[in-house]
Design a protein around this ligand. Structure first.
Ligand SMILES: Nc1ncnc2c1ncn2[C@@H]1O[C@H](COP(=O)(O)OP(=O)(O)OP(=O)(O)O)[C@@H](O)[C@H]1O
Length: 587
C-alpha cells in the first residue's frame, strides 16, 4: 500500500495541488452536510413543536437546510471534476513512465517476460491506478470525513445516543474483515487470470501460422475457454461474497441501529427525563444514522475495487523495480580514445571472454578474437555453439565481463549509449518491420534527411523495388511489412542499419530466410561496404560468408577454427570443411 501511494504521488507530479483543493472542498461539503440536520433540529425544537411561528426565522432555517444541501452537492461535483482530471493525468504519466521503463529493460528480462502480461501491465494495470484516486480519495476519504463530522455532531446533541451508535460500529469492521478474507483470494486470482487471457490471445495471434499449421486451434481454444471459465468463477465468488455477506449484513445493521435509537429514545421519553422538545434530536439522529451507515457501506463496498487497484499498482511497482540496463554515459575520455584509435587498433577486440546465462553453465569459454577495422568476419558453428550469444554480448544486450570486449580500443562498458548505438548497426534474422511507410521503416524515428535514407536504400539494393511501389518511399508496407517478400524485408532492414552510418555492421542470420538470388544481392551490398565498415556476420548458410576475410568456427562456445574459406577447407576432417560439404550435399 505504501508503494502504491508513493507511485500515486509521483504520478500526480505538478498536479498534486489539485488534490489539496479537492480535500478542502470535501471537508467543507462534509461540514455543510453535518450542519443541515442541526438546522432542521432547531426548526422542529424551537419553532414547530412549541408553535413559535416566527416566519422569518423559520424561513431562514428552512432555507439554510436547502442551501447547505445544495452547496454540499455542488462542492462534491467540483471535487469529482478536479479529482477525475488528476486521476486521468496520473494514469497518463504513469503509463508513460512504465512504457519508458520497459523500453530500457535489459534483454535478459524479455527472456522470461510474457508479452500479453507486459501489455496488460502497461495498459490495464496503470488504468487501475485511477481507481485508487476515485475509490480511496473520493469515496473513502469523503466517507471518513462525513463519518467523523456526523459523530461529533451527534456527541454535541446527545452523547449517550452517540455512544450507542458508535458501540455498534465495530460490527461493521467485523463484517468488512470477514468479507475481505472471503473475497481477497478471488480478487487476486481473477486479476491474474485476466492477465493470462491477454497473454494467451497475444501469443496465439503472434504465432497464428504455426498454430494453424499444427492444427492446434481447438487445443488453444480449449485452453482459452478454461482460463476464461476460471476467471468467471473467481469473479462470481467475489460478487457472491459481496451480495450474500456484505450488503445484507450492513443493511441489517442499519435497521438495528435505527431500532435501538428509537427504542432508547422511547424509554427516556417514557421516564419523562426528557421534554417533548427532544423530538428535534430524534429527527437529527435519524438523519445522522443514514449518514453514518452510508459512508461505512461506501467505505466497505469500495474495498473490492480498492483491492484490485492496490494489486494492480503493486504489479506496476514491481515492474518499475526491475533494474534497467546499466546507464552507459557518453564519456569524453572514451570519445577521445576512440578518436585516437589508429587504423591498426582492432575494431573489435575480444579478450578471454567467458559467459554464462545461468550461473556455472558457461556458454562461451575463454574466447579471444581480434577483428581489424573494415574487415569482414563470418561466424559459423553448429546450433547452440554460441554464435548468437557472442553477438548479443557485442551488442551489449547482456553485460560481458568488464574489459573482455573492446571496441576501437575502448572497453565496451565505457562507451556511452548514444555513441555505441550510432557506431553499431544490426541486421537481425527477423527484420521486424513497422506498419508504416518504407521511409519510416528505414528512418526508425531518427529524423534522417531524405537523401541519407535513399543513399542507404541504394547501398542495400532496396531503392529499385521501393521506387516500384505505388507511392515509392511513402508506400505503407502493412503490418510486419506484409506487402513485401522476405528478401525485400531483409533489404529494408539492411538499409535501416546502413542509414545510421555504422562503423560496425552485425548481421545475425540475415540471409537464412531469403532465396539465393536475394542472397546474392545482399552479398553484393556487403562487398560494396568492404573496407569502409567492419562487418560481422553470423550465417548458417555458408555461401553468405564464403568470401569473408576470416571465418571463425565456434564449437561448444570455443573457437575451433579460424581463417579464410580456402584455408579452412584445407583442414582435412575439419569442422568447417564438414559443415560446408554437408551443405553442398544438401543443395
Ligand atoms: N537467453 C538465454 N538464456 C539461457 N540460455 C541461453 C539463452 N540463449 C541461449 N542460451 C543457451 O546458450 C547456448 C548457446 O546458444 P546460442 O543461441 O548462442 O547458439 P547459436 O550458436 O546462436 O545457435 P543457433 O544457430 O541455433 O542460433 C545454448 O545452449 C542455449 O541453450
Amino acid at each position: 500500500m505504501r508503494r502504491a501511494t508513493g507511485l500515486l504521488k509521483d504520478a500526480a507530479g505538478p498536479d498534486g495541488h489539485h488534490l489539496w483543493w479537492a480535500v478542502l472542498w470535501l471537508v467543507i461539503a462534509a461540514g455543510l452536510e453535518v450542519v443541515g440536520p442541526l438546522l432542521g433540529k432547531r426548526l422542529i425544537d424551537e419553532h414547530l413543536l412549541p408553535r413559535v411561528l416566527d416566519w422569518q426565522a423559520m424561513a431562514l432555517l428552512l432555507g439554510g437546510v436547502v442551501l447547505t444541501g445544495c452547496a454540499a452537492s455542488w462542492l462534491r461535483y467540483l471535487q469529482l471534476v478536479r479529482l477525475s482530471g488528476l486521476a486521468m493525468r496520473s494514469v497518463q504519466r504513469l503509463r508513460e513512465r512504465v512504457y519508458g521503463h520497459v523500453l530500457r529493460l535489459p534483454m535478459a528480462f524479455f527472456d522470461r517476460a510474457i508479452t500479453g502480461q507486459l501489455v496488460s501491465r502497461v495498459t490495464n494495470d496503470t488504468e487501475a491506478v485511477k481507481g485508487l484516486y476515485i475509490q480511496v480519495l473520493f469515496v473513502i476519504l469523503d466517507s471518513t470525513i462525513v463519518l467523523i463530522g456526523t459523530i461529533l455532531a451527534m456527541a454535541w446533541l446527545d452523547w449517550r445516543l452517540m455512544l450507542l451508535v458508535v458501540a455498534l460500529m465495530p460490527c461493521v469492521l467485523l463484517i468488512v474483515w470477514l468479507y475481505q478474507r472471503l473475497s481477497a483470494p478471488a480478487v487476486a486470482k481473477a486479476r491474474q487470470l485476466r492477465s493470462d487471457i491477454n497473454a494467451q490471445v497475444a501469443e496465439s495471434i503472434g504465432g497464428m501460422n504455426v498454430l494453424q499449421a499444427n492444427n492446434a486451434q481447438e487445443r488453444f481454444a480449449e485452453r482459452f475457454f478454461r482460463t476464461n471459465e476460471d476467471q468467471y468463477t473467481q469473479r462470481v465468488a467475489e460478487i457472491r461474497a459481496n451480495a450474500w455477506l456484505l450488503r445484507p449484513a450492513l443493511d441489517m445493521l442499519n435497521i438495528v441501529l435505527l431500532a435501538s435509537v428509537i427504542w432508547l429514545f422511547g424509554q427516556r421519553a417514557e421516564s419523562a427525563v426528557l421534554g417533548v422538545a427532544e423530538v428535534g434530536v430524534l429527527y437529527a439522529f435519524i438523519s445522522y444514522i443514514a449518514r453514518v451507515i452510508e459512508p461505512l457501506i461506501q467505505i466497505t463496498t469500495q474495498f473490492s475495487q480498492l483491492q484490485q487497484s492496490v494489486v494492480a499498482t503493486a504489479r506496476v511497482a514491481t515492474l518499475l523495480d526491475e533494474a534497467g540496463v546499466p546507464e552507459y554515459r557518453d564519456s569524453a575520455a572514451a570519445d577521445a580514445a576512440n578518436e585516437a584509435a589508429s587504423h591498426d587498433t582492432p575494431a573489435i577486440d575480444i579478450r578471454h571472454l567467458d559467459f554464462a546465462y545461468v550461473d556455472n553453465q558457461k556458454v562461451l569459454h575463454d574466447l579471444s578474437l581480434q577483428i581489424p577495422q573494415g574487415a569482414f568476419y563470418g561466424i559459423v558453428g553448429h546450433t547452440g555453439s554460441g554464435k548468437s550469444t557472442l553477438m548479443s554480448l557485442l551488442l551489449r544486450y547482456y553485460p560481458a565481463p568488464r574489459g573482455s570486449i573492446l571496441m576501437n580500443g575502448v572497453p565496451l562498458d565505457d562507451i556511452g549509449n548514444d555513441a555505441f548505438r550510432a557506431r553499431v548497426g544490426l541486421v537481425p534474422q527477423d527484420p521486424f518491420l513497422l506498419a508504416a511507410s518504407a521511409r519510416e521503416n528505414i528512418d526508425m524515428g531518427r529524423n534522417l534527411p531524405p537523401e541519407r535514407i535513399e543513399q542507404a536504400a541504394r547501398a542495400a539494393h532496396a531503392h529499385d523495388f521501393i521506387m516500384a511501389l505505388e507511392n515509392g518511399y511513402d508506400t505503407l508496407l502493412g503490418e510486419g511489412g506484409s506487402r513485401l517478400s522476405s528478401g525485400q524485408k531483409q533489404l529494408i532492414a539492411i538499409a535501416r542499419a546502413l542509414a545510421g552510418e555504422p562503423r560496425v555492421l552485425m548481421l545475425d542470420e540475415a540471409t537464412s530466410r531469403i532465396d539465393s538470388s536475394t542472397e546474392q544481392i545482399v552479398q553484393q551490398a556487403l562487398d560494396e561496404l568492404r573496407g569502409q565498415v567492419t562487418i560481422i556476420a553470423i550465417a548458417h548458410r555458408l555461401s553468405t560468408i564464403r568470401d569473408a576475410d576470416r571465418i571463425v568456427v565456434l564449437n561448444h562456445g570455443r573457437i575451433e577454427e579460424s581463417g579464410p574459406h580456402d584455408a579452412l577447407m584445407r583442414i582435412e576432417g575439419g569442422l568447417y570443411q564438414r559443415l560446408y560439404l554437408l551443405q553442398q550435399l544438401a543443395a
